[in-house]
Design a protein around this ligand. Structure first.
Ligand code: GLN
Length: 483
């Protein structure tokens, strides 16, 4: 039962092969049995899940239908869930029960999805290995000595290990696509503004975007359908109609123009990954796509720009955690400054503190022009590169990551080494574009992802290309041993 995709579950529920309650019980038992190896959940919400499953079964019995009605999912632990701990992977929020549901959570609940729990993540979504969580590192089900990627590592590990079919995640610089690549999943970061950020705890507000993590493009279409749409509570949410993402999955790829940036194949890319990317290109050519070499000349400046802008926004966003209004408060403060200092010093882990310091420095008088303003100018150049490229091609294709998942602890002493692994993903966030990662093969038994980028609001095109690719390849069906 645990092997089923969202699409298969929807069919099974519609055909009355099983109930949502039965399926929910099977998956909750599986999580209890297997998750101690992975540490992919921070909280299990068994009572809520069974209540929602029964309600979904009752709605189906009353003649209602819908792809998410009775479908078990989990939420990354930065989506606010009313009355349930919403920790953001941080000691700072260990005792925080959200007073309301995030829009994404509310929309999915209204569609009948069943919340099994809240998934582990890098603290405040800062990281690419899921090792900065206060609740401990998450392990990669493909090799328990390796990281699952981050920051949505808990959602990724849980879905890859078949603990559940799909989960929500967020992507500020790659945190949906990179863990998808590292765990053999399909993950989609939508266009900035496509999915509401209301109730999604902010890391870097101009870059953050929620999206689906699942095993197939077909399932990402189902989950995105439930997440996307205008929300008046989020001033950056965009009032554009949401297309039927499942309806365009079957479109032909005949004549699709795919751009492959020459900068992607530079020295930093593992040659074995380069070969798998070439194979995926050949596969898409067989399906009728036309390949064209393109250039993204400012790509090399994207990492330094991102690692100024994201910490700058984070330093501002995280100033609200002051020991007064939310979360952790130190014992017996001597005065107000002592309260701030010790509450923040005790509540935030080292990576979060580093980013707050970098951000505050970049925004300080005298350095603002040299760092923050400069980074914003680079951001525009990165966007312009994409706009020029999309005049010539429909999709851009390349690797999701330069290397496969590294060993736990391998990059702990050198944060910059980890930052450099974001080279292929962060440009889409800087430009606000949608991007998808899908399984493309294995290197040393570890999964490799291929990334597709599209113009604004072309999530449907990304899902269509990925679905067609998945109809003709079987990488996405491979299951990690022991799960
Ligand atoms: N690895 C990037 C960072 O640490 C991206 C994280 C994310 O997308 N949330 O900032």
């Amino acid at each position: 039962m645990h092997q089923m995709t969202l699409a298969e579950i929807a069919r099974g529920l519609a055909d009355k092969k099983f109930s949502s309650e039965e399926l929910t019980k099977v998956l909750l038992a599986r999580i209890t049995q297997l998750d101690p190896q992975l540490n992919s959940f921070i909280s299990l919400t068994e009572e809520l899940a069974l209540e929602q499953a029964k309600a979904a079964d009752a709605r189906r019995a009353n003649g209602e239908s819908g792809a998410l009605l009775g479908a078990p999912i989990a939420h990354k632990d930065l989506f606010c869930t009313q009355g349930i701990r919403t920790s953001c992977g941080s000691k700072m929020l260990d005792n925080f029960k959200a007073p309301y549901d995030a829009t994404v959570v509310a929309k999915l609940a209204a569609a009948g999805a069943v919340t099994l729990g809240k998934t582990n993540m890098d603290e405040f979504a800062m990281g690419s290995a899921n090792e900065s969580s206060w609740y401990g590192a998450v392990k990669n089900p493909w090799n328990l000595e390796h990281v699952p990627g981050g920051s949505s590592g808990g959602s990724a590990a849980a879905v890859a290990a078949r603990l559940l079919p799909a989960a929500t995640a967020t992507d500020t610089g790659g945190s949906i696509r990179q863990p998808a690549a590292f765990t053999n999943l399909t993950g989609l970061k939508p266009t900035y503004g496509r999915v509401s950020r209301w109730g999604m705890i902010a890391y870097a507000s101009s870059l953050d975007q929620g999206g689906p993590l699942a095993r197939t493009a077909e399932d990402c279409a189902i989950l995105l359908q439930g997440m996307a749409g205008f929300d008046q509570n989020d001033s950056t949410s965009i009032d554009e109609p949401v297309p039927d993402y499942s309806a365009s999955l079957g479109d032909s790829l005949q004549g699709l123009r795919i751009g492959v940036p020459k900068e992607y194949f530079s020295a930093g890319l593992d040659p074995r990954i380069a070969e798998l990317i070439q194979n995926s290109i050949k596969e898409l050519q067989k399906l009728g796509a036309v390949i064209k070499e393109i250039s993204l000349p400012n790509m090399q400046h994207a990492i330094p720009a991102y690692y100024v802008i994201a910490p700058a926004e984070a330093s501002s966003n995280l100033s609200r955690f002051d020991g007064v209004r939310f979360g952790h408060r130190c014992e017996n403060p001597e005065n107000l400054i002592d309260l701030y200092k010790r509450s923040r010093g005790e509540g935030f882990g080292p990576e979060v503190q580093r980013r707050i310091m970098v951000g505050a420095y970049a925004l300080s008088a005298g350095y603002y022009d040299a760092y923050y303003l400069k980074a914003q100018k680079i951001r525009r150049l990165v966007k312009n590169d994409f706009m020029a490229a999309f005049n010539e091609v429909d999709i851009i294709l390349g690797p999701t990551t330069p290397n496969p998942a590294w060993k736990l602890g391998a990059k702990n002493s050198d944060p910059v080494a980890a930052y450099l692994e974001d080279v292929y993903t962060i440009t889409a966030n800087l430009a606000g574009l949608p991007g998808l990662s899908m399984p493309a093969g294995f290197v040393d038994g570890l999964p490799v992802g291929v990334q597709l980028l599209a113009p604004y609001f072309q999530e449907g095109r990304l899902l269509n290309v990925a679905h067609q690719y998945q109809l003709h390849t079987d990488w996405h069906t491979r299951t990690p041993q022991g799960f």
